[in-house]
Design a protein around this ligand. Structure first.
Ligand SMILES: *Cc1c(COP(=O)(O)O)cnc(C)c1O
Length: 347
């Protein structure tokens, strides 16, 4: 195996960058009473009149403890989408470097490649929705910086086999981003435990799905200290606001409630799968390791419109490769699920 040299992957401009130093970078509170006259804030306390902690130390300390990593291995962002964008901007030289994505998959990887003027090389999943390892490795060239793996994958719902991912981690000399937005619904273990083993591994998670906090925008990136240090250089100083940090902290502390909700969602998923399987117009149901189910139907456009008329919005994924005539159903509350199933049976 080749030696992994992170510095060779970092854009030259980022390597040379002297990051902006904010007021809260230069003075870090140790908890004692101080008079803060350093950041031109309004001094009258309303709960959010001060700039937030640019490094979100309380939240990171809690996540570090729960996930068994060090705080310096965590970067937080305004949703995973910001985290992913920072990864592009740190490592991909516009109009020169490229990335590899594996459609059908999460649409943001491609959009971010476009925004950052980075070529997106697409290698389709196999027909059973697994990475085509040989073809991926054959597609890598000297300018391939990133490989995006979404597992469990959106919109297909399945997790990727461990062996394939391991082979890619060992053979690919760029950075491999494993997007674990749905990991809390999965039977499989997170790749977080493998960070020590693979210096080229980045794992992203989010509070938007299982944690029920899509509205506060909190995405999490776990990687080696070296990778996180590079990303910290380019992140906007106050990218995660005070209200988000507070709400995230409360929720992450309340792990029992999150677990209970996940359990309920998984029970409802089983009910939904049973109902979908009994429908004549459902031709195939794909295995799900997430909080949604992808179904191949007789006519996705027609079924989508019928559901809309009944006030139910699902996602039509038919434009995605390998996903012709598919609808993606997110698992709702027990009441919503009951209504959906009743409506489906009447179509
Ligand atoms: C929903 C989703 C995310 C979450 O993005 P946020 O910006 O954190 O809300 C990330 N990746 C995938 C694959 C998703 O489906």
């Amino acid at each position: 195996m080749k030696v992994f040299e992170l510095n060779k992957l970092v854009r030259e401009s980022v390597r040379k960058l002297q990051p902006y130093s904010s007021a809260r970078d230069e003075y870090v509170s140790d908890g004692s009473e101080m008079i803060f006259l350093d950041a031109n804030e309004n001094p009258f306390d309303n709960g959010v009149n001060r700039y937030p902690d640019p490094y979100q130390r309380s939240l990171k300390s809690l996540l570090a403890e729960q996930k068994g990593v060090s705080e310096s291995q965590i970067l937080l962002g305004n949703g995973s989408d910001e985290v992913l964008d920072l990864i592009y901007r740190a490592f991909c030289e516009p109009n020169q470097d490229n990335i590899i994505t594996l459609p059908p998959t999460y649409g943001m990887y491609k959009v971010l490649a476009g925004i950052n003027s980075v070529e997106n090389k697409e290698v389709l999943l196999t027909t059973d929705f697994q990475p085509n390892v040989d073809e991926i490795l054959a597609t890598v060239d000297t300018n391939t910086k990133l490989l995006f793996i979404c597992s469990p994958n959106n919109p297909t719902g399945n997790s990727f086999k461990k062996e394939g991912i391991e082979e890619l981690l060992k053979s690919f000399n760029g950075l491999m981003v494993i997007d674990e937005a749905y990991i809390d619904f999965s039977k499989d273990e997170s790749w977080l435990s493998q960070l020590k083993q693979y210096p080229n591994l980045i794992v992203t998670q989010t509070l938007s799905k299982a944690y029920g906090l899509a509205g506060i925008r909190l995405g999490i990136c776990y990687a080696s200290e070296e990778i996180i240090a590079v990303l910290n250089k380019i992140k906007p100083p106050y990218n995660v606001n005070q209200l988000t940090q507070q709400r995230a902290l409360q929720r992450v502390l309340n792990q029992d409630l999150v677990n209970q909700e996940v359990k309920q969602i998984l029970q409802e998923r089983a009910e939904l799968i049973k109902a979908l399987n009994s429908l004549k117009f459902v031709e195939q149901l794909y295995p799900s390791d997430a909080n949604f189910v992808l179904a191949k139907v007789d006519n996705a456009d027609k079924r989508y419109q019928q559901l809309l008329k009944k006030q139910v919005v699902v996602r039509n994924r038919s434009t995605q490769p390998l996903c012709e005539n598919t609808l993606r159903f997110t698992v709702g509350t027990p009441e919503e699920n009951k209504k959906l199933i009743a409506i489906l049976k009447e179509l």
